[in-house]
Design a protein around this ligand. Structure first.
Ligand SMILES: C[S@@+](CC[C@H](N)C(=O)[O-])C[C@H]1O[C@@H](n2cnc3c(N)ncnc32)[C@H](O)[C@@H]1O
Length: 241
């Protein structure tokens, strides 16, 4: 990824319009290739983080992979006891979830700012590599807080500016957000601002850790093998609501 010029979003463009444009871009990406854009393997650090979840899961537990994409992390979650759900705004992404995994999961196509789930529904939600794609991450967190049971756990990574590189692929919108390749909205947040946002949305922070991991190239999105750096938040839905 690389930075070139600056192009602010006009005031007349709403967060909702940005979100629609962005969701369309993701859907096109998934449609452009039959191959899995993010690969088949779960992100390894998620397994380590899941071990730290307080409490345990039983058959009646409800688990959601929020913005699952093509479901690369679902096989990890299926090791947990409970009923598995996943959702994404891209129908094309959900259609690419491998059948063996898909058959064990209830999938919903939705905008996660208006999730089609009842309040207090889930014991655990994974929200991986989604926060940085959202023009309105606070409304997203409030929606996840709504659908998590009080005391339920959210595992969510937040990308900081260290992910930005110099070059031509990135056009800055403001100091914290950019268009990547002219079509994908990306937003960066430092861990202090993210922690405040989680707390304002009604979460108690159990822990946050800086994590690094390697990923292979992503077809039609990123050509080279690369290292990701994120702050991974393990938070619980505050009992006060
Ligand atoms: C970078 S991908 C990550 C996918 C998956 N979590 C993973 O780790 O492989 C971001 C995903 O967020 C989805 N997404 C973006 N905005 C969304 C929204 N408002 N509601 C639901 N999904 C959204 C996109 O369709 C895309 O699949």
């Amino acid at each position: 990824m690389s930075v070139s010029k600056k192009e602010p979003v006009p005031d007349s463009v709403s967060l909702e319009q940005l979100s629609v444009k962005n969701r369309q871009a993701w859907d096109e990406l998934y449609r452009e290739t039959d191959r899995p854009v993010w690969g088949n393997d779960p992100v390894e650090v998620i397994a380590e983080c899941i071990e730290k979840i307080p409490g345990s899961f039983g058959q009646s537990s409800r688990i959601l992979d929020a913005a699952t994409g093509e479901g690369r992390n679902l096989s990890l979650l299926l090791n947990l006891s409970g009923r598995m759900y996943c959702c994404d705004a891209s129908f094309s992404a959900l259609a690419k979830i491998p059948q063996g995994v898909r058959s064990q999961t209830d999938a919903a196509c939705c905008d996660l700012l208006r999730a089609p789930f009842q309040s207090d529904s889930f014991d655990f939600i994974l929200a991986w590599d989604i926060m940085e794609t959202l023009p309105d991450p606070f409304s997203f967190l409030k929606e996840l807080r709504r659908i998590l049971k009080p005391g339920g756990t959210l595992l969510c990574n937040v990308t900081g500016k260290e992910e930005l590189k110099e070059g031509n692929d990135v056009c800055m919108i403001d100091d914290d957000s950019c268009w990547y390749r002219g079509r994908y909205y990306l937003h960066y947040m430092d861990s202090e601002n993210a922690a405040e946002m989680f707390e304002s949305a009604g979460f108690d922070i159990c822990e946050h850790t800086c994590c690094r991991w390697r990923e292979s190239a992503h077809v039609n999105y990123r050509e080279e093998t690369h290292t990701h750096t994120s702050t991974v938040f393990l938070v619980s839905a505050g009992l006060k609501g």
